[in-house]
Design a protein around this ligand. Structure first.
Ligand code: HEC
Length: 213
């Protein structure tokens, strides 16, 4: 009898220990899985982006920010990049209309800035000026920014290329548009917050080749 009772006590003690282990595991899960769950909740917001799992090359929803780069961007490199536009655009004052409008003074100018050019409805009705933010979006992928645009150009993928080009383009003007202020830069960085690490990396010394993937 007493041996049996003793066994029961031991059994109960083991059960108790097991339960404690299981329960503490359960509570640990409650604590440790909170972080990943929060992240998932954010990903649901931008449903499509989730599919890419944040991979660097996978066509991010927003182009990388450029404003912090503009003041020090290499305008000469921008002049070279503009050769990719020159089949369709002239850049000199009073230059001819080609497939696209002349772009002298376009930075900071109104959208559809050349009177008489047969713009798409999208460009005509977009409104506002070609400020740095809209140029960044348009030049990264024209059809993403204005879906019916007549500009048949795939886009400039690299933020440093767009910054160099825009830095050069703003000089093709009688009165170059003001460079972004610190407040403009901060505003852009806030709007692009999820990518701010990359922006910081690119803003550093040589934005030439973000070569690692
Ligand atoms: C294949 C021809 C083509 C190429 C290449 C091209 N563009 Fe265009 N671009 C156009 C056309 C056409 C329009 C008018 C778009 C519309 O009305 O939808 C346009 C419009 C624009 C506008 C808006 C002008 C305004 O007055 O509102 C800007 C800015 C611009 N292009 C910049 C560039 C830059 C910078 C490049 C080179 C990186 C480039 N484009 C390459 C054809 C081209």
């Amino acid at each position: 009898m007493s041996a049996n009772l003793e066994n029961n006590k031991i059994f109960a003690a083991i059960l108790c220990a097991l339960l404690t282990v299981m329960l503490s595991g359960f509570f640990a899960n409650l604590i440790f899985y909170q972080e990943p769950l929060k992240e998932d909740a954010v990903h649901i917001d931008g449903a499509e982006a989730g599919a890419h799992g944040g991979a660097v090359d996978a066509g991010p929803k927003l182009p990388d920010p450029i404003m912090a780069m503009l003041a020090t961007a290499d305008a000469e490199k921008g002049a070279k990049i503009s050769k990719a536009c020159a089949a369709c655009h002239s850049f000199d004052k009073g230059g001819p209309t080609k497939q696209g409008p002349n772009l002298y003074g376009v930075v900071g100018g109104p959208k559809a800035h050349v009177a008489g050019f047969a713009y798409s409805d999208g460009v005509k009705t977009k409104g506002g000026t070609w400020d740095y933010d809209s140029l960044n979006h348009f030049l990264e992928k024209p059809k993403k920014y204005i879906s019916d645009t007549k500009m048949n150009f795939a886009g400039l993928k690299k933020a440093s290329d767009r910054a160099a080009l825009i830095a050069w383009l703003r000089q093709q003007s009688d009165a170059p548009y003001a460079l972004p202020s610190d407040a403009d830069i901060a505003k852009e960085e806030a709007a692009f917050a999820p990518k701010e690490e990359e922006a910081a990396a690119e803003g550093e010394e040589a934005p030439a080749e973000p070569s690692h993937h």
